[in-house]
Structure formats: structure tokens, C-alpha cells
Design a protein around this ligand. Sequence first.
Ligand code: SF4
Ligand code: SF4
Ligand code: SF4
Length: 196
Amino acid sequence: MAEKEKDLKEITEDTNQFKCVVQKALLFLNEFIDGPMCARCLPCPMGSYEMRIRFQKLSNAEANAGDLDAIRRLAPFMLESSMCKKGKDTAKFIIDTLEKTPEVYDIHVAGGCPDRECKGSIQYKVIPDKCVSCDECRVVCKDYAILGEKQVAYIAGFLPYEIVDMRCSRCGECVKVCRYGAIEIVDKKAMETVTV
Ligand code: SF4
Ligand code: SF4
Ligand code: SF4
């Protein structure tokens, strides 16, 4: 049986899984485009697809001031010109985030994410002083992003554990299994250690 299409209320509820407004907006646009958006009028799909590209850039820490300006232009245009309430409500959702937290958008343009939810802004790191080389993180990493060798008693010279950033998809599984708090999320820009 085909899955029931989500309405905007359900999509809004889904966005509660995130704290970051960029992640909320990106999820909203993704689910709107995949679901209730019918593409019967032009401003709504045009605005949705174009804004999604800009939000993906914000999430990847690849956006510039022009991307933010484009979102600020597109959302009111979509609100005004969309033919039905679904398109207008989607535009309103984006406009609300722009109005309530403009400073958070500016931080994203500078490559940061105050909530550490945008994958492009963060990095996972092994803290050598805390790591006991138990190997549990390497086993759960589906991206083969963790290198290192399990410590065996009375034998020296093991490869220390480290995370290869290029391979890491930021799934967070390694942090969950490390019982020694030896994996931390680091702000890529400021390289500040943050609590997880
Ligand atoms: S505004 Fe409404 S009618 Fe137009 S494309 Fe969006 S969902 Fe369809
Ligand atoms: S799970 Fe933690 S302690 Fe064990 S190897 Fe990985 S980082 Fe080190
Ligand atoms: S966050 Fe996920 S992909 Fe990255 S190192 Fe940890 S387990 Fe591997």
C-alpha cells in the first residue's frame, strides 16, 4: 500500500527533530518537494527548488552572502505568487526563521552552526589522551572513516585511532559507542571542542 503523503502540519512536526533553523528549513523544503508540492503553478516549485539549493549550501558550510540574499528574495516572492495555501505556508515557514534568527543565518554564511547540526561545520575527532584503543568505534563506522589498531596486552606499537574527515558522513554512531568519551565534535572553523 502506498505511503500516505505528509501534510504541512506533519512536515512542521518533523522539523522539531532539529534545533538548527537551517536544518529545519532544509527538511521542510525536502519533504514539501517530495510530498504535497504539485508543481501546478511556477513560483512555488521554482522558489522551493532554488531555496533548497541555497539551504544545502548553508548546511555544507559552502554558502556566501549571495545565497542568503537569494533566500530572502525568493521566500517573499513565493509567498506572494504561489497559487495555493501549501506554497504560501511553506514560504511563511522560511520567512519566520529568517525573521526570528537572522544572526544564525549570518553565522552559517561564515561557515558555522551554533547548534552543531550542519555537517559542513563540524568534524569528529578522537582525543588521544582519552582513547584506550578498544576498537569499538571502528567496528560501527559504516564509512570506514576510522583508522587504528586494537590494543593487545603486553604488545606495543599499535596504530593510534583517528578519524579521516573526508570519509566521515557525520552519522554520530562512533560517539554513541565510545564509553570513554574519547570522540568529540569539533567546530571546523573555530576548532572549539563542544559537548555532545
Ligand atoms: S503553490 Fe500550490 S498549486 Fe502551486 S505548485 Fe505549490 S502546491 Fe501546487
Ligand atoms: S571507541 Fe573510543 S576509546 Fe575505543 S578506540 Fe574508539 S575512540 Fe578509542
Ligand atoms: S561520525 Fe559516523 S562516519 Fe564519522 S567516524 Fe563516526 S561512525 Fe564513522
